[in-house]
Design a protein around this ligand. Structure first.
Ligand code: TXA
Ligand code: MG
Length: 342
C-alpha cells in the first residue's frame, strides 16, 4: 500500500476526510502525539487500526470529537456526570481524556468489550478540521507500531506505519509530546489512569480529590488487573536497555559505569559533566521541555543502533514530571537504580 503524505491545507484535509468516510486509516496530528485515526462508528475500520499497529485487541481506543455536542449527537456515552461536565468546561479542547459509561453506538472493537468509552476533544486545529471533514468521531490510538515510542512528528509516523496505512497529515511537531491525561469518571471516585499534560493538581482544582491508580507509578503485581489495559504492556521501549537512576550523583554514577556503548538521558545542566554520549531533555526545572523531547530522544537512541545501555536521570514525579516519570519507567521496564540505597 502506498501511504499518501498530506499537508495541513483545505484540499488535503478534505482528502483525509474522504479516506476516513470510506473506512480508511489516516495518521493525524494532535497537540499530544500523532494518532492513527479511523471512523469510530465503523467496526471494520476500527479493526484495521489494530492490524496496522500490531495492537492487542483487548486494548481499547480513545474516541476523538471536535465539539462537545458530538457526544450527544452520536450517542457516545450513556451518562455525562456533573464532574465530567466541569472538567470538559475547563480543559476541553485539550490533552485530557475522560472514561465514561459507553453509549449504544460504540462498537465493541473500540471499547474492547468494556462497558466504558474514552472520549477526548483535541485542541489541535488540524485534528479538529479532520474530524469535521470525516463527519464522524474518530477512534485513534497513538500512531506508532505497538511497543515503540509514540510519534511526535509526521516523519515518525511514516517510519513506523508507512506502507501500512492510507495517509498521514503533516501538522508539524506536537506541542505536548506525551499522550493525554486519562481519568476515569466511571468509578465512584475519579481516578487518574495515565498522567499527561493536564496535571493531578489541575484536575483537583476543579473536581476535588482524585485517586491515582497504582499502575501509574508502580509495576502491576502478577495477576493484578489493569484498570486501563494499556498500562499492562511494556511501552515506549527502545532497543537499548534503559535504566532509571535515582538520587544525587547521577553524573558520577554514569562516568564510573560508562563504556563506549553507554549513553545518558539527562538534563541540560548535566551534559557537560558526563563522559559519555548524552541525549538532553532540557533543563531540570522545565518539565514541559522534558515531556516534549522524551519520545524523540528515545527514537534517536534507537537510530544510533549500537547503544547498549542508557542511564536515564529519574525525574521527580510531580506536575507534568509525573507523566515523564510514568513513560520513562515503562521504557526502562521498571528497572531503577537507587543511588541512596547502593
Ligand atoms: O494523547 C492521546 O491520548 C493520543 C492521541 C492520539 O489522542 N492517543 C493515545 O491513545 O495515546 P492510545 O491508544 O495509545 O492510549 C489510550 C490509553 C490506553 O492505555 C488504553 O488502555 C486506555 O487509554 N483506554 C482507552 N479506553 C479505555 C477505557 N474504556 N477504560 C480504560 N482505559 C482505556
Ligand atoms: Mg499508545
Amino acid at each position: 500500500m502506498h501511504t499518501l503524505l498530506l499537508k495541513d491545507n483545505v484540499k488535503d484535509i478534505r482528502t483525509a476526510g474522504e479516506i476516513l468516510i470510506n473506512g480508511g486509516l489516516v495518521g493525524i496530528p494532535t497537540e499530544t502525539v500523532y494518532g492513527l485515526a479511523a471512523d469510530a462508528l465503523n467496526p471494520a475500520a476500527v479493526a484495521s487500526i489494530f492490524k496496522a499497529k500490531g495492537r492487542p485487541m483487548d486494548n481499547p481506543l480513545i474516541v476523538h470529537i471536535a465539539d462537545i455536542g458530538d457526544i450527544e449527537r452520536f450517542s457516545l456515552v450513556s451518562e455525562f456526570p456533573e464532574k465530567a461536565r466541569a472538567l470538559a468546561e475547563k480543559f476541553w479542547s485539550g490533552p485530557l481524556t475522560m472514561i465514561l459509561p459507553k453509549g449504544k453506538t460504540i462498537p465493541d472493537e473500540v471499547s474492547a468489550g468494556l462497558d466504558t468509552v474514552a472520549i477526548r476533544f483535541p485542541e489541535h486545529k488540524t485534528a479538529q478540521a479532520i474530524i469535521r471533514a470525516a463527519r464522524t468521531p474518530l477512534a485513534a490510538p497513538s500512531a506508532n507500531l505497538s511497543g515503540s515510542p509514540s510519534p511526535t512528528t509526521a516523519e515518525h509516523v511514516m517510519n513506523d506505519l508507512g506502507g501500512r496505512i492510507d495517509a498521514v497529515v503533516d501538522g508539524g511537531e506536537c506541542r505536548v509530546g506525551l499522550e493525554s491525561t486519562v481519568i476515569t469518571l466511571a468509578a465512584d471516585t475519579p481516578r487518574l489512569l495515565r498522567p499527561g499534560g493536564i496535571t493531578v493538581e489541575q484536575l483537583e482544582s476543579v473536581i476535588g480529590k482524585i485517586d491515582v491508580d497504582d499502575a501509574v507509578l508502580h509495576r502491576l503485581r502478577d495477576g493484578e488487573k489493569a484498570a486501563s489495559p494499556g498500562m499492562k504492556y511494556k511501552h515506549y521501549a527502545p532497543k537499548a536497555r534503559v535504566v532509571l537512576v535515582r538520587g544525587d550523583g547521577f553524573c558520577d554514577f554514569v562516568n564510573k559505569n560508562a563504556d563506549d556503548k553507554t549513553a545518558a538521558l539527562c538534563y541540560s545542566e548535566d551534559a557537560d559533566k558526563i563522559n559519555a554520549e548524552t541525549f538532553v531533555l532540557g533543563s531540570m526545572t522545565d518539565c514541559d521541555s522534558q515531556a516534549h523531547e522524551l519520545f524523540g530522544a528515545l527514537r534517536e537512541i534507537d537510530r544510533e543502533g549500537d547503544i547498549g545501555v542508557v542511564y536515564a536521570r529519574c525525574p521527580e514525579p510531580t506536575g507534568v514530571g509525573m507523566a515523564v516519570y510514568n513513560r520513562l519507567i515503562r521504557a526502562a521496564g521498571f528497572e531503577v537504580i537507587d543511588l541512596e540505597k547502593l
